[in-house]
Design a protein around this ligand. Structure first.
Ligand code: ADP
Ligand code: MG
Length: 362
């Protein structure tokens, strides 16, 4: 149950391979922070630096106001759960969970109480005397989490704990982790994933890592509705937000953009006269497109469609060297393929980026 603070934290491997720069982050007690970002962007590195398993090249890491840069992992009050749960196969669930406490020579009554409490939170009561091989993947991952709960850490760190589970089990275990967090409202958790659904559903705040730094920090829906930059706009949401190049032709409380493809967009982002003629990218999420008979942001022929049941994805023919536009319309749109469509969007949902940065953040 702790606050955690990173100030100008950097990581350079072997004195020359710089992987993280200028990381500044304040984690409040009770938060569930999710680090998300493309593979290789430094999520595990950052987590391991917090755990003390990796040195901090420069900057300061504080836990509850104390610098812990040089405090060994075991004394940081941190518990880490990895992707591979690495349980001892010859030990029962109870022994796997109590192992660290036994090693630390805690009194047996204390150990028993900790196991009972963790087993209850994780609904493992019935399985305490089983061996790991007699458990499902999800139950094994729960035992791994139980191992950290019994140590009553200040901060829980999770590194892609669900990646080894199959799709169905991932969803079930994700919900269990969300409920686990609710049952421990004061515990601070940092959770690494490359799965944006996990990030959106679990996080109190998401930290998007990219290009060796933090691309944006915010509540899940803040990132979805108000991405600060094109990277976050396209990383959060699936399929990714469409970006259409154009030029500002009207300013004021709302902004009008003439798109290079011939369409017109109106965005709720305010601009001033100085912005007239500014080259921008208009961002529209596939799910925010609506068919129109009036002014269209985009007109094109549907090249291909995928009916997913609740929605249909429409892939439009690419125009010039732009990437193909994707629309996501509700329901089953039979017969859309091969037809031409005109699409617009609610101005409140139309994003505008200049030099990759959202005009909402000036
Ligand atoms: P992620 O967890 O986001 O996929 P990592 O933190 O594992 O990324 O890795 C970030 C970058 O640091 C990668 O480019 C990786 O190759 C590099 N890296 C990780 N560990 C080491 C190491 N021990 N020595 C050198 N480079 C490393
Ligand atoms: Mg990793």
């Amino acid at each position: 149950m702790a606050d955690l603070k990173l100030t100008n934290v950097e990581k350079t491997y072997g004195g020359s391979v710089n992987v993280l720069n200028d990381i500044n982050l304040d984690v409040k007690k009770g938060e569930l922070i999710v680090f998300v970002g493309p593979s290789g962007c430094g999520k595990s590195t950052l987590l391991r630096m917090i755990a003390g398993l990796e040195s901090i090249s420069s900057g300061v890491l504080e836990i509850d106001g104390e610098e812990v840069n040089n405090v060994p992992p075991a004394q940081r009050g941190i518990a880490m759960v990895f992707q591979s749960y690495a349980l001892y196969p010859h030990m029962t669930v109870r022994d796997n969970m109590s192992f660290a406490l036994q090693l630390a020579k805690k009194p047996q009554v204390e150990i028993d109480a900790a196991i009972t409490k963790a087993a209850k939170i994780l609904q493992l009561d019935e399985y305490l005397d089983r061996l790991p091989k007699a458990l499902s993947g999800g139950q094994r991952q729960r035992v791994a989490i139980g191992r950290s709960i019994v140590r009553d850490p200040k901060v829980y760190l999770f590194d892609e704990p669900l990646s080894n589970l199959d799709a169905g089990l991932r969803v079930a275990t994700r919900i269990e982790i969300a409920q686990l967090k609710e049952s421990m409202p004061d515990s601070t958790m940092i959770y690494v994933t490359h799965d944006q659904v996990e990030a959106m559903t679990l996080a109190s705040r998401i930290v998007v890592l990219a290009n060796k730094g933090i691309a944006q920090v915010g509540a899940p829906l803040e990132l979805y509705e108000r991405p600060e930059n094109e990277f976050v706009a396209q990383f959060i949401g699936s399929p990714a937000m469409n970006l259409l190049p154009g030029k500002i032709t009207g300013t004021g409380a709302q902004t009008k953009i003439a798109l290079d493809g011939g369409g017109t967009a109106v965005s709720a982002v305010p601009t001033t006269e100085a912005d007239m003629g500014l080259k921008v990218n208009v961002g529209v999420r596939p799910e925010d497109f609506v068919p129109t008979e009036g002014d269209a942001i985009f007109k094109g022929k549907v090249n291909f469609s995928e009916a997913l049941g609740e929605v249909t994805l429409l892939y439009f023919e690419a125009q010039g060297d732009n990437t193909a536009v994707i629309g996501k319309l509700p329901g089953i749109q039979t017969g859309a393929r091969g037809t031409s469509m005109a699409l617009t969007a609610d101005p409140a949902k139309v994003q505008v980026f200049h030099n990759e940065r959202s005009l909402y953040y000036r």
